[in-house]
Design a protein around this ligand. Structure first.
Ligand SMILES: *[C@@H]1O[C@H](CO)[C@@H](O)[C@H](O)[C@H]1NC(C)=O
Ligand SMILES: *[C@@H]1O[C@H](CO)[C@@H](O)[C@H](O)[C@H]1NC(C)=O
Ligand SMILES: *[C@@H]1O[C@H](CO)[C@@H](O)[C@H](O)[C@H]1NC(C)=O
Length: 178
């Protein structure tokens, strides 16, 4: 539990310190955040990931095997990190970017400000990192309990689809790019 959280923190710091260098993920994020449509889509993907983390915790609980739950504490703890990043990202989208999809004069083709995008992308990068870490933790987790394995399997499928879903957002954004 401590181990993965420390690892996540250290690497989040590393992300912040790294000189700018365009990775395929950066390019995908740039494509998906070209306008308010894309950012709204990304926000929904993030909420979906957060829900998957919650479902995983609940599924593990249903296994009714405290030993197993103990084994998977590392993975379970990422739920809190994912929830925190989700909250921050939604706040940035709403308040920093002024992306209020429910308002009648909302224009999805609006290009977000550079300041809001910087913050939005920072949280998105953190999320990507935590997801990759969680996937790695799941891949090395001990095989002790079928119920827990099933819960992990369901979770990892969702997590593995993260970039695929962002790709769909990039396509949406492209469609409304003016
Ligand atoms: C980003 O968009 C450009 C232009 O549409 C495209 O050529 C490129 O492949 C996209 N990159 C990713 C990672 O989706
Ligand atoms: C929506 O925003 C785009 C990009 O700023 C602009 O070209 C377009 O005219 C706007 N549409 C409306 C209906 O305001
Ligand atoms: C994965 O993402 C694609 C969109 O890119 C979607 O159609 C599919 O349903 C997703 N699969 C899961 C398991 O979420």
């Amino acid at each position: 539990m401590i181990r993965i959280l420390v690892l996540i923190c250290v690497n989040i710091l590393a992300i912040g310190a790294k000189p700018t260098q365009q990775t395929p993920f950066d390019e995908l994020v740039n494509n998906a955040t070209k306008n308010f449509y894309g950012m709204h889509c990304v926000s929904e993907v993030i909420v979906d990931v957060s829900a998957a983390a919650g479902d995983f915790a609940y599924d593990l609980e249903l296994c009714e095997d405290p030993y197993t739950v103990d084994d998977f504490t590392d993975i379970l703890d990422t739920k809190d990190v994912i929830n925190r990043i989700t909250d921050r990202l939604l706040v940035v989208n709403e308040l920093d970017c002024d992306n209020h999809q429910y308002l009648p004069d909302w224009n999805g083709s609006t290009i977000p400000s550079r300041e809001c995008l910087t913050k939005f992308k920072k949280h998105l990068n953190k999320m990507n990192f935590v997801i990759e870490e969680t996937i790695n933790e799941i891949l090395v987790a001990g095989e002790s309990n079928v119920c827990a394995l099933m819960a992990m399997g369901k979770y990892v499928i969702k997590l593995n689809n993260f970039t695929g879903l962002l790709q769909a957002c990039a396509e949406v954004a492209e469609k409304f790019n003016k």
